[in-house]
Design a binder for this molecule. Structure first.
Ligand SMILES: [Zn+2]
Length: 178
């Protein structure tokens, strides 16, 4: 996320714009205080969560009803990326899983995030979505699964290509004006 912080979280003085490390950044206005708001991208974990050839896509609360994406979530302090994505899969689908190989690392600059995506094998059982985060899920066979332009979609594309599948990429729907 892009945050518009105004005050130093250490000493409560105002933040000012100043060059730090070659770029203009927000830093504390008190020269005695060393706080700089670096605004580094946040790591987000993603799973191409599947059983054999069937991939589970989820819809978050508030998304348009035709949008489905991968299971994703923020990494917690003290866990490895593999532990983090297993936890997110369990929280969002109710299922245990085996975390397989890394699919790739993708930029998501609009949200100041980087996406770390894994191939994740779901265990058997009923999917019970986390209704505090999700409204729906769907199961899509790899032959019908079309990648989309953003980072999570590129992880899907990689996962498909590892199976020798090249499905046409979806475009983002253009919103008609007027
Ligand atoms: Zn300060």
């Amino acid at each position: 996320m892009q945050y518009d912080y105004k005050y130093c979280p250490i000493c409560k003085n105002k933040l000012i714009i100043k060059e730090e490390g070659g770029l203009e950044r927000k830093r504390c206005s008190d020269p005695e205080c060393e706080f700089v708001f670096w605004n580094n991208p946040t790591p987000v974990l993603a799973a191409v969560a599947h059983r054999d050839d069937e991939v589970v896509l989820v819809q978050s609360i508030g998304w348009p009803t035709h949008w489905y994406s991968l299971v994703t979530g923020f990494m917690e302090a003290g866990e490895s990326p593999e532990e983090g994505i297993a936890r997110e899969v369990k929280e969002e689908t109710g299922l245990d899983c085996a975390v397989g190989p890394l699919l790739g690392i993708y930029e998501f600059s609009q949200m100041n995030q980087i996406i770390i995506a894994y191939d994740v094998l779901l265990s058997e059982g009923e999917i019970i979505i986390d209704e505090s985060e999700l409204v729906d899920y769907k199961i899509v066979h790899s032959s019908q699964l079309r990648p989309w332009p953003s980072g999570t979609g590129q992880a899907v594309k990689k996962w498909l290509s590892q199976r020798g599948i090249e499905n046409e990429e979806m475009g983002f729907k253009k919103i008609k004006k007027g």
